[in-house]
Design a protein around this ligand. Sequence first.
Ligand SMILES: Nc1ncnc2c1ncn2[C@@H]1O[C@H](COP(=O)(O)OP(=O)(O)O)[C@@H](O)[C@H]1O
Ligand SMILES: [Mg+2]
Length: 140
Amino acid sequence: MKWISDSPSNTWKIAAEFFQGLEIPAVIALHGNLGAGKTCFTQGLAQAAGVREPVCSPTYTIISEYRGTVPFHHIDLYRLGGPEEAFDLGLDEYLEAGGITVIEWAERAAELLPPNTIHIRIERGENEEHRILSIVENPL
Ligand SMILES: Nc1ncnc2c1ncn2[C@@H]1O[C@H](COP(=O)(O)OP(=O)(O)O)[C@@H](O)[C@H]1O
Ligand SMILES: [Mg+2]
């Protein structure tokens, strides 16, 4: 599965389309550099899942919980110190909590991800607002 986005709002639309086919519970790992659009995609997905509050980048809080039509967890491991910290945060519990769990920089806790995790890679395209989103088997 592959989508080409040409704007942030287009990325929201792609996320909403992805949501339509999503089987819940779901764990979604987002891969891509800083500024790729991982948080943007998460915001679109949250909106599609009925979350009414604004979803911001949880870089400092690591885990944010929202309530839509299903529980919605947004996790950003950018500032995660190491695997012990992932354990201390109770990350494994969030991964089993049901609903939708989206993880940015998920490769930092790769060993904790359930086998049915959906991996999405977001890359920059040929111009400033182009992004290529693809569902990948092996994110590394
Ligand atoms: N097609 C696009 N999809 C998503 N974001 C885009 C797109 N084009 C430009 N952008 C910009 O790229 C940045 C993506 O930021 P963000 O979603 O926070 O990235 P990440 O979470 O991957 O670090 C935002 O400033 C956004 O406006
Ligand atoms: Mg982000």
